[in-house]
Ligand binder design. Structure first.
Ligand SMILES: [Zn+2]
Length: 166
């Protein structure tokens, strides 16, 4: 037996909703480098650039004073993409602490590794820390361990573990 009245609380016409419901279905993100609002295409789409020229390869958010970068699925950034972002990371905060979550990364290449190294060097020079987490896919894990980069980078299992040591 179905009582139709109990579904009323889910109505989209609630008068206290100040945000139009259609904006909730079209997520927009901020460019990780310059902060401009941009819309992101489905993960299967090819490379998508923000107006400033930065590839949208991650989502940037702040957890307290830590910059957390979540790599978006299907996007492996190159050196220049990481470089654009690393400039803004170091310029924006006093002592930059950065966590990069690589769990959505499908593969890495030399260009991305070069970019990471440059970011690491820059963050360290500013007395900050760069911590990587979410390295789970075998191809990504192998790329770090085979090149001994796991001895250079601070790698933690999860975002929670990374944030806990900052
Ligand atoms: Zn931008």
């Amino acid at each position: 037996m179905v009582n139709m009245e109990v579904t009323d609380s889910r109505s989209p016409l609630r008068s206290d909703m100040s945000i139009p419901t259609d904006t909730l279905e079209t997520p927009s993100y901020h460019c990780p480098a310059c902060g401009a609002t941009v819309s992101i295409e489905p993960p299967s789409s090819p490379r998508h650039d923000a107006p400033c020229g930065c590839s949208l390869w991650c989502r940037k958010r702040m957890v307290d004073d830590v910059i957390v970068l979540d790599v978006l699925r299907g996007r492996t950034p190159g050196h220049d993409d990481v470089e654009l972002l690393s400039q803004s990371v170091v310029n924006c905060s006093g002592v930059p602490h950065v966590v990069i979550d690589l769990s959505n990364l499908d593969f890495v290449n030399g260009s991305f590794m070069d970019g990471l190294m440059a970011l690491y060097t820059r963050v360290k020079a500013a007395n900050g820390r760069l911590i990587l987490c979410g390295i789970r896919k075998p191809s990504v894990r192998d790329a770090f361990y085979d090149s001994s980069l796991d001895k250079i980078f601070d790698i933690r299992d999860s975002q929670e573990a990374a944030l806990a040591c900052l």
